[in-house]
Design a protein around this ligand. Structure first.
Ligand SMILES: Cc1cc2nc3c(=O)[nH]c(=O)nc-3n(C[C@H](O)[C@H](O)[C@H](O)COP(=O)(O)O)c2cc1C
Length: 417
């Protein structure tokens, strides 16, 4: 029986067909330079200069409250209903404890992997998050620059406040995926996908859990939905198929455009039978985001998609839903050998990353923390968050006695009674 630290699974490039690549076990270890952020902070501290941003990623929410407008902060931090699912997402991580191993050689570590053709220095990407200009005027462009600089792939939301093309330009030769909110108007959907492909987005992530918005008390109490104020609709306003459906030019009057957006944003009639539409219009890997049961994961595998994201949208959709981490092991067990399994909802640091990977995720998506980093310091704030997460993950892996991702498995964890 495999123990924590043994090779649990072949170190195949994730997303490649199982068995296509040899296991790394037995091959000479290829070391990878570690992030030096911790050393840099301590050395700078010798000169009396303290870091600009908090080191505790979970504490960023509080720090960001001081600089973001109250309604923007509420929009990001808020959740569906009572906030029960958002709390449960964090609680689910506390229930799993890491079991460190001692006296293993961690002098030549490498935590690099590849997911659906995308290279990851460490196994995380940036979750798709819309309306980023409410956090900072530089919005998605700042995130795209920070992500490219730190070699972290970003997933751009359909609900971005910056157009697909402008984000691609800011991201330069960075790696980028595109997230689709599947609109009712198929011509608009096809057009968005065509633009994303033309702009170099390599993987399509289709979000299934937000065909309509949930009851979100913090936004309701503020009477605030950014889209109605023209923020987060930039991909639509810049879209030729969307504009073709309007009587007049968008620039003259935003009102009719926003009304049309409310009419086409989500399609509650979509079923599994509609998935072929995506293949017709997307030439590359397709990932379904929002899968929370093994039954749906098996359905996704049968439908021929390439991967899925176990996610409950950070608790923003179904109040009372199970914590996303609690859904992960059964899904990984059901389809992990066939599909790329990604995870989000509750990642707040390196230990959380380790736990999700040990329970079967091949990479995780970082959500709210990078938005707080953006709010705190624009591009520099996001870079801080990315460097901090990478450093904390690498340190946690080494201190747990692990020098390869393939050495992670459920036996690196113990479930609290
Ligand atoms: C302010 C905000 C906006 C979001 N917008 C999108 C979006 O446009 N598309 C999407 O698929 N998910 C969106 N999400 C969900 C994230 O992709 C991700 O699932 C979630 O943030 C994970 O939870 P966590 O941030 O608590 O870790 C959004 C989340 C937040 C907090």
């Amino acid at each position: 029986m495999a123990a924590c630290g043994d090779a649990h699974r072949p170190a195949r490039a994730v997303g490649s067909r199982p068995g296509a690549e040899p296991s790394q076990k037995g091959s000479a270890p290829v070391s990878q330079p570690l992030e030096s952020y911790q050393d840099e902070i301590y050395l700078t501290g010798l000169t009396g200069t303290l870091p600009e941003f908090p080191a505790d990623l979970g504490g960023l929410e509080e720090a960001a409250r001081a600089v973001m407008t109250p309604r923007a902060h509420d929009y990001v931090a808020g959740a569906a209903g009572s906030g029960d699912t958002a709390r449960e997402n964090l609680e689910a991580f506390r229930r799993w404890r890491i079991v460190p191993r001692m006296l293993t050689d961690v002098s030549t570590p490498s935590y690099a992997t590849s997911v659906l053709g995308t290279e990851l220095t460490v196994p995380f990407l940036l979750a798709p998050i819309g309306v980023l200009k409410i956090a900072h005027p530089d919005g998605e462009a700042a995130v795209a620059r920070a992500a490219a600089a730190q070699q972290v792939p970003m997933i751009l939301s359909t609900a971005a406040s910056t157009s697909i093309e402008d984000v691609a330009e800011a991201n330069g030769d960075g790696q980028r995926w595109y997230q689709l909110y599947w609109p009712k108007d198929r011509a608009v959907g096809a057009s968005l996908l065509g633009r994303a492909q033309a702009a170099g987005f390599s993987v399509l992530v289709v979000t299934l859990d937000t065909r309509t918005l949930a009851w979100r008390p913090r936004d309701l109490n503020n009477g605030y939905l950014p889209f109605l104020q023209g923020v987060g609709v930039q991909n639509y306003l810049s879209d030729p198929a969307f504009r073709a459906g309007l009587a007049g030019p968008v620039d003259d009057d935003l009102g009719p455009a926003i009304l049309r957006w409310t009419q086409i944003f989500g399609d509650t009639s979509i079923t599994w039978d509609d998935l072929p539409f995506l293949r017709q219009h997307w030439n590359g890997p397709i990932v379904l985001k929002g899968i929370m049961t093994a039954a749906d994961a098996l359905r996704a595998a049968k439908a021929g998609v390439d991967g899925l994201v176990v996610s409950n949208h950070g608790g923003r959709q179904v109040d009372g839903a199970l914590g996303a981490l609690d859904a992960l092991p059964v899904i990984a067990e059901a389809v992990g050998s066939r599909l790329t399994v990604l995870f989000d909802s509750g990642i707040r640091g390196g230990a959380d990353m380790l736990k999700a990977l040990a329970l079967g995720a091949q990479a995780v998506l970082l959500g709210r923390p990078y938005v707080y980093g953006l709010g705190l310091g624009g591009e520099a704030g996001v870079r801080h968050v990315l460097r901090a997460l990478r450093t904390e993950f690498e340190l946690t892996m080494r201190l747990t006695g692990l020098s390869r991702l393939s050495e992670l498995g459920p036996d690196c964890l113990q479930r609290r009674a």
